[in-house]
Design a protein around this ligand. Structure first.
Ligand code: MN
Ligand code: MN
Length: 291
């Protein structure tokens, strides 16, 4: 199947640039949500927000309006069929990576999509860095083994090296599972103290579940959890990941749910994160060119 026929075209930040090193892909996967469904509406809401804020990265001190984005649009997904949806995500992501060399930004959708995007990029990445209140490392949830609460365990079983930041809500089963696995958990209390060891990351994929933020900052999420990170704490860690890694290959933003948001603040924060990450990515390229 021609993969481009599986995409509906949109423009991120109202600033299309075919030559941009930053690619955007919307994946409105919303099939296994258990508490509050609605993440399928997030890619459009994040694009809307990005059109209406300045394209300036505070963390990088960089204006990115000259760079813009190459938006591949939104992936068309079959309603209700998890297997076909995941295969399609993997296929289209692989196709984009063959065509586009640069940073890939994925706008979700529920966290399960990370499973397929990471599988598609597995030869391009060394470490998966996850921001999330939850470990998503259950063996099964409500009788299903492949959903937003189990995806990380599946990736660990595949041999993915994981650094997990900002967690604060665990099940007994998850804690037992991750002990002895290649998963470094930097819980929210350690992250707040700045105790974030990010050595040996090499090539990185960053997955941001918006519920890593405190619900007072990011109310529009499917599974809110109190005692989360704030903007500045998150930005400090994000910047450190860009500094410590050899390359950030891809970044996704998941579990944003516009149906339960308040004044679109969570969508605006997500758009701002894309701009911050883009600025940090571009600044890193400048540094490597000067070297
Ligand atoms: Mn998650
Ligand atoms: Mn979560």
């Amino acid at each position: 199947m021609a993969w481009k026929t599986l995409l509906l075209s949109y423009t991120f930040a109202c600033l299309e640039n075919e030559e941009s090193p930053i690619a955007v892909l919307g994946i409105p996967l919303d099939v296994s949500s258990t508490y509050r469904p609605g993440s399928r509406y997030a890619p459009q809401k994040i694009r809307d927000a990005a059109c209406n804020i300045e394209l300036y990265s505070l963390a990088a001190g960089t204006v990115i309006e000259d760079t813009g984005f190459k938006d591949y649009g939104d992936l068309v997904l079959p309603p209700g069929d998890v297997g076909i949806a995941l295969d399609r995500i993997e296929f289209v992501t692989k196709s984009i990576v063959k065509e586009h060399a640069g940073l890939m930004v994925v706008l979700g959708g529920e966290h399960l999509l990370t499973y397929s995007v990471v599988r598609a990029l597995k030869n391009n990445i060394d470490t998966l860095v996850v921001f999330d209140a939850h470990l998503d490392a259950r063996n099964e949830y409500l009788g299903s083994t492949l959903n937003h609460a189990t995806f990380l365990r599946k990736l660990v079983e595949d041999g993915t090296k994981v650094v997990h930041i900002g967690s604060r809500a665990y099940s007994k089963e998850e804690l037992e599972y991750i002990s002895g696995k290649d998963v470094k958990v930097i819980g929210v209390l350690e992250a707040l103290k700045g105790e974030v060891d990010l050595n040996d990351l090499n090539k990185v994929y960053i997955s941001i579940d918006m519920d890593v933020f405190d619900p007072s900052i990011a109310p529009g999420v499917s599974n809110p959890e109190p005692f989360g990170l704030n903007h500045f704490e998150f930005m400090r860690v994000l910047k450190k990941i860009f500094e410590k890694s050899s390359e950030v290959v891809a970044l996704d933003i998941v579990e944003l749910n516009p149906l339960v948001d308040v004044g679109d603040v969570t969508s605006i924060l997500a758009a701002k994160i894309v701009i911050e990450a883009s600025g940090l990515y571009l600044k890193g390229r400048e540094v490597s060119r000067i070297k």
